[in-house]
Design a protein around this ligand. Structure first.
Ligand SMILES: NC(=O)c1ccc[n+]([C@@H]2O[C@H](COP(=O)([O-])OP(=O)(O)OC[C@H]3O[C@@H](n4cnc5c(N)ncnc54)[C@H](OP(=O)(O)O)[C@@H]3O)[C@@H](O)[C@H]2O)c1
Length: 265
């Protein structure tokens, strides 16, 4: 479908650029099929020109040129930016990436009958290894949702969740990269302390995390069983596992998710 159709980004900041970069690098879409707008024209022009996508002066211009419109402004601006294009949006596919704006929010903002879907992507979409959480409740047709999944599965795992699970799913996938980056840094610090060059330590740490994640996704193995598989009795790995346990590694991660969710409620 998207071989002949256009995508518009209303708001072209970190998340929109990450999505566009992922789609372009995977050649899921051509630059001339992307229309973008933002607040600061000079900045937008620079960001659009560097990707050869179309910069637009207004959300109206983006919406008129696009079949699928991605709302990628901060959540508090969603109502303000959609108001002038309410009628145009009612004939398009509307995808929200704004955190905390589920189906119900758009039902009260958009024109009745507008086809819309609320999602939460994470930034690794820029390298085609992202996650896009989708609210199970949406008003896209089956064909539109299938087109959406076909296009965006080129850059992300698409996971459908209930409305009540959107927040925690977004926390895991959206805040997780910060936790994972801290883990990468700490692993590398430990290895550098023991004499491994810094660049090599980051490469090994990152590939180890990619490989472990891929192994889990491909086998469906329980993470506990994967841990057991590398812990031989009396061996070296279990010494490190015991040390992490002594420092409350797992409970610290669980508490981090709890703290974020508490802060949101
Ligand atoms: N970043 C993440 O990891 C992440 C993860 C999940 C969801 N999200 C969601 O993605 C959305 C965007 O976040 P972000 O991190 O990409 O923010 P951002 O980098 O600040 O980008 C926001 C964009 O909106 C533009 N904008 C501001 N006012 C506008 C207006 N009146 N009309 C059109 N565009 C306007 C900004 O333009 P100027 O730069 O010119 O001001 C900028 O391009 C948010 O709703 C957020 O909840 C982000």
């Amino acid at each position: 479908m998207f071989k002949e159709r256009n995508i518009g980004f209303i708001g072209f900041g970190n998340m929109a650029q990450a999505m566009a970069d992922g789609l372009l690098s995977k050649q899921a879409i051509r630059p001339e099929q992307i229309y973008v707008c933002a607040k600061n024209w000079e900045k937008l022009k620079k960001n659009a020109d560097s990707r050869s996508v179309h910069p637009c002066r207004s959300a109206v211009e983006v919406a008129e040129h696009s079949d699928m419109i991605i709302l990628a402004v901060k959540p508090y601006l969603i109502q303000e930016v959609t108001e002038p294009i309410r009628q145009i949006l009612s004939e398009k596919i509307v995808i929200s990436v704004a955190a905390g704006c589920p189906f119900e929010t758009y039902e009260s903002i958009l024109a009745p009958g507008t086809h819309h879907l609320s999602t939460i992507p994470n930034t690794p979409v820029s390298v085609g290894e992202g996650i896009i959480i989708c609210e199970r409740r949406h008003s896209l047709t089956e064909e539109e949702f299938s087109d959406f999944k076909e296009l965006f599965s080129s850059i992300a795992l698409i996971e459908e969740v209930e409305t009540s699970q959107l927040s925690v799913a977004g926390t895991l996938s959206g805040c997780g990269p910060a936790f994972a980056s801290m883990f990468l840094e700490a692993l590398a610090d430990g290895a550098v302390k023991q004499g491994l060059p810094r660049a090599s330590a980051y490469r090994l740490a990152s590939q180890m995390v990619i490989g472990t994640g891929s192994l889990q996704l491909q086998t469906g193995n329980h993470p506990g069983a994967m841990k057991d598989a590398v812990c031989s009795p009396g061996g070296t790995t279990i010494v490190g596992v015991a040390e992490l346990e002594r420092h409350g590694f797992r409970s610290a991660v669980i508490d981090a998710i709890d703290a974020i969710e508490r802060g949101r409620s």
